[in-house]
Design a protein around this ligand. Structure first.
Ligand SMILES: [Zn+2]
Length: 372
């Protein structure tokens, strides 16, 4: 992908170079004001207004007679100024349109440029080369830079250079086209994600995803339906009905769960360049008869499945921690391990004294695996 960028640094000019820059800025201002006068006149006479190309052609004719001093400056300076003038009119006509449409805008006809506002500026195109301590411009030659290593020396396409004066100091601004691979991916952070029963997912940066509220109610209903099934006689029509209702409740829970998981997994794979998850013991987890735990396990499995395929879409790497990595027992600050009571929400380290939310501590531990 190509993006436009500007780099501005101060120039370190000698007396001769300053004179040349003042002359270029003067030529640019002259061309702009002369072009504006031509356009105004055409307006007043009801004629078609001349374009930058028309004006440049006419200016070249005048250069041969009364404007011979313009030969001392690069032809780019007046040419670019006439282009700016065209742009000024484009914006003017846009504002007129907006005003007519009822917008509260100042129409503001383009102004003549005055010396009162400083020496002004000029823009050059063509052969522009950046060196370590200087920049080479058409006509002006090599100009020293006050700052080294800021202007891009290679890997970019230079479109133009604008030289400007402000309070006695001269600056150069380079407009360049930079080719970048994937801006988003480079800026995306990495994260550890702890999946659990209490919170669906805790991210190492502090963000977490709660279990959807609807899940709680649905779980209650599921429990009731399960009891209802076991109370009915096997093979009876009533049991058959109860089984059907139970299946519907399971389906509903899985949908609620999936929706919530999709939100979390899309967010994570789009905003992170890599995430670390616990590696789940799939054969072990289904043996647990505790309903909430069983549902959570299914959710974790689904979470992992989603981040793996979405990670491929959005360029997010998914890493699984070793099954025996003690993410909940380890202190994310000092690395000490200690036994934790599952009902306890806080992790309090006996070695370094750190107190932290238990799931957050686990998520940070998982993230740290990326740096091992
Ligand atoms: Zn500690």
């Amino acid at each position: 992908m190509k993006i436009l960028r500007a780099f501005k640094v101060e120039l370190d000019l000698n007396h001769k170079q300053k004179t040349a820059c003042v002359r270029h800025a003067g030529a640019a201002r002259f061309a702009y004001n002369w072009g504006l006068a031509c356009k105004k006149e055409a307006f007043a006479n009801g004629e078609k207004t001349p374009t930058a190309i028309d004006l440049h052609r006419e200016l070249n004719v005048l250069k041969k007679s009364e404007l011979s001093w313009m030969y001392e400056v690069s032809k780019c300076a007046p040419q670019e100024a006439l282009r700016d003038l065209d742009q000024a009119f484009v914006h003017f006509f846009r504002r007129v349109k907006e005003k007519r449409a009822g917008k509260n805008v100042k129409v503001g006809f383009p102004h003549f440029k005055s010396r009162k506002n400083g020496l002004g500026s000029f823009r050059l195109t063509g052969a522009i080369h950046v060196f370590e301590k200087s920049i080479q411009l058409p006509r002006l030659g090599r100009l020293r830079l006050k700052e080294r290593d800021y202007l891009p020396m290679s890997g970019v396409h230079i479109l133009s250079a604008t030289v400007s004066e402000k309070a006695g100091r001269w600056f150069i601004s380079l407009q360049v086209e930079v080719e970048i691979t994937d801006p988003v991916q480079e800026q995306r952070p990495v994260a550890g994600v702890d999946l659990g029963i209490n919170r669906m997912a805790q991210v190492s940066d502090g963000i977490y995803f709660e279990n959807p509220r609807a899940l709680k109610g649905a779980l209650k209903r599921l429990k009731r339906l399960q009891r209802s099934v076991s109370r009915r006689q096997k093979g009876s029509a009533n049991r058959q009905k109860a089984v059907q209702r139970l299946a519907q409740a399971h389906f509903r829970i899985s949908n609620i769960r999936k929706d919530a998981l999709h939100q979390a997994t899309t967010y994570l794979t789009r905003t992170k360049s890599a995430i670390v998850l616990e590696n789940l013991n799939v054969s072990g987890m289904m043996k647990d008869h505790h309903l909430a735990q069983a549902i959570a396990d299914v959710g974790m499995y689904e979470f992992r499945r989603q981040v793996q395929y979405k990670g491929a879409w959005y360029g997010c790497q998914v890493l699984l921690a070793d099954r025996f990595f003690p993410s909940t027992k380890r202190c994310s600050q000092c690395g000490q391990e200690q036994d934790v009571i599952l009902s306890e929400r806080e992790y309090g380290c006996k070695a370094c004294g750190q107190v932290m939310d238990r799931d957050l501590n686990a998520a940070i531990n998982l993230k740290q695996l990326l740096y091992v």
